[in-house]
Design a binder for this molecule. Structure first.
Ligand code: BG6
Length: 486
């Protein structure tokens, strides 16, 4: 049977690498990072000479740490004991205190002890999977303990991957950028947005720029509106404290939704170079029309599910649902609305980007329904195109049929998880799916204008397990439109 590496044509040798994860005992590590790395190890996607160092404050050795993660993670339980055993050979656990650079000196020594006798230099990759408040101490610890040192015999690559939330507003995001840029250069910094690692999100660019039928139609003259919906069934109870300070706007719109918006509306980059793709995305983010009082009143809905106060542990004005009508002030999109919405505790889990083409001015048939192209990000990864067809029989009656391209049917192989894809890119030094500092700042600049208008937007309520607040429906209905899925 072919391995994943063969299927995806990954016949390359990655350089010797040590990946160090800070925040190794947290939920992100247990739920996403360790399962992804274990699977990548099993599928031989990691460098041949690879070592994983998991850093935490608890007293563990590698075996105890892995047992702890296995207990915490529902996914890892699926791995066989032999696979875990083999993973232990590349894993070590390190107890360090981020407040004390000296506590990391032994780790720096261990790293060079591994290198010196063999005259090789490992690439040093650092994953900051902690809260951003700790980034400054971790960067300082890395620098002062010598862990960022270059290597004389060959050019060691040092990279850092930082998790979201990347700031709370423009000012804090700028501070974080300044802080990281004190220790690393932009080409060493990998700001993650895990939606960029989803296959169907990556397909937005391929579908647009590898199919030449779309580009001539891709503008305000032929498209009536675009809709991006990310609906979640889960409540906000899991990470209640974080969520209560963040809310739907900052937790989801600032990053995942604006990234998808940028991919579906940007101009074609001159090639696939990371800088060229990111240049195009940043142009869209910078062209988002700022919210002011009037735009906010007619173009935004915020709401909270009933029972949220119990999940948060106190009464709160944090929104768990948000719907926005936004505009891009660029010639291609001038005046065309883009509707965004996301919320928790809803009746379904669904993420979709839909491009609604205009109704023709003149149609010789009765009922020419507008064409809709939908990218279903999850679940049931697929692309759908609604086209008019004749209903068989006498007369000429039209039916709008769904031309579906489903990933499950088309590709028999397993779809790699977003984290696996992004970890692999991090190991390879490919920044295409990571977010540049100016993108982050442009996104926050726009979000700050929405956040600033929040006080003018009343907080509606909706029932858990419902399709969301009635007001969100009205946001579209007032414009003579409706959300694709209720
Ligand atoms: C995270 C958000 O970034 O994405 C969570 O902080 C959200 O609130 C999660 O639930 C959704 O990710 P996915 O991959 O399950 O759609």
């Amino acid at each position: 049977m072919k391995s994943i590496a063969d299927i995806h044509h990954l016949d390359r040798d990655l350089p010797p690498t040590v990946l160090t994860i800070f925040g190794a005992t947290g939920d992100l590590s247990a739920d996403y990072l360790l399962p992804a790395l274990l699977h990548m190890h099993q599928e031989k996607l990691l460098p041949k000479d690879f070592h994983l160092v998991c850093v935490g404050r608890r007293d563990f050795d590698a075996k105890k740490y892995l047992d702890f993660i296995i207990k915490k993670s529902s996914i890892i339980k699926k791995f066989k004991p032999a696979q875990k055993q083999s993973f232990l050979k590349i894993l070590s656990y390190y107890k360090g205190d981020f407040g004390d650079p000296k506590s990391f000196e032994p780790l720096a020594r261990q790293m060079s002890d591994r290198e010196q006798p063999r005259h090789i230099c490992y690439n040093r990759l650092y994953y900051f999977a902690t809260s951003p408040q700790l980034f400054a101490s971790i960067a300082r610890v890395l620098k002062e303990s010598g862990l960022l040192m270059s290597c004389r015999s060959h050019q060691r690559q040092v990279r850092v991957l930082v998790e979201k939330p990347f700031g709370f507003n423009l000012a804090s995001a700028r501070d974080l950028n300044r802080l990281l840029l004190k220790y690393f250069s932009e080409d060493q910094i990998y700001r993650i947005d895990h939606y960029m690692g989803k296959e169907t999100v990556q397909n937005l660019m391929v579908a647009r720029f590898a199919n030449f039928i779309f580009e001539p139609l891709w503008n305000k003259d032929n498209i009536d509106h675009i809709e991006i919906s990310v609906l979640e069934k889960d409540t906000a109870a899991v990470r209640a404290e974080y969520y209560d300070q963040t809310g739907a706007l900052r937790d989801f719109v600032q990053n995942h939704i604006l990234q998808m918006l940028a991919l579906v509306t940007m101009d074609q980059p001159q090639d696939l170079a990371a800088e060229h793709i990111r240049d195009q995305k940043v142009k869209i983010l910078q062209a988002l029309r700022p919210y002011n009082g009037a735009a906010a009143r007619g173009g935004a809905v915020r709401a909270q599910y009933e029972g949220y106060a119990k999940d948060a542990g106190h009464s709160s004005e944090t929104e768990t649902y948000i719907a926005l009508k936004v505009f891009i002030d660029a010639p291609r999109w001038q005046g065309m609305p883009i509707y965004l919405r996301t919320g928790k505790a809803l009746n379904k889990k669904l993420a979709e980007v839909s491009v609604h083409f205009k109704e023709p001015d003149r149609c010789i048939f009765r009922d020419c329904a507008p064409n809709i192209l939908t990218f279903r990000i999850q679940p049931d990864e697929s692309v759908h195109l609604l086209l008019n067809n004749k209903v068989p029989g006498f007369g000429i009656n039209l039916h709008r049929g769904d031309y579906e391209f489903g990933y499950n049917k088309a590709f028999m192989s397993e779809i790699p998880s977003a984290y696996e894809r992004l970890l692999l890119d991090f190991l390879e030094g490919d920044q295409r799916l990571f977010i540049r500092s100016d993108e982050i700042e442009a996104a926050w600049k726009f979000i700050d204008t929405v956040a600033g208008s929040m006080a003018a937007i009343p907080l509606d309520r909706y029932k858990k397990g419902s399709h969301g607040p009635e007001e969100a429906g009205k946001l579209m209905e007032n414009d003579g439109r409706e959300w694709r899925t209720r």
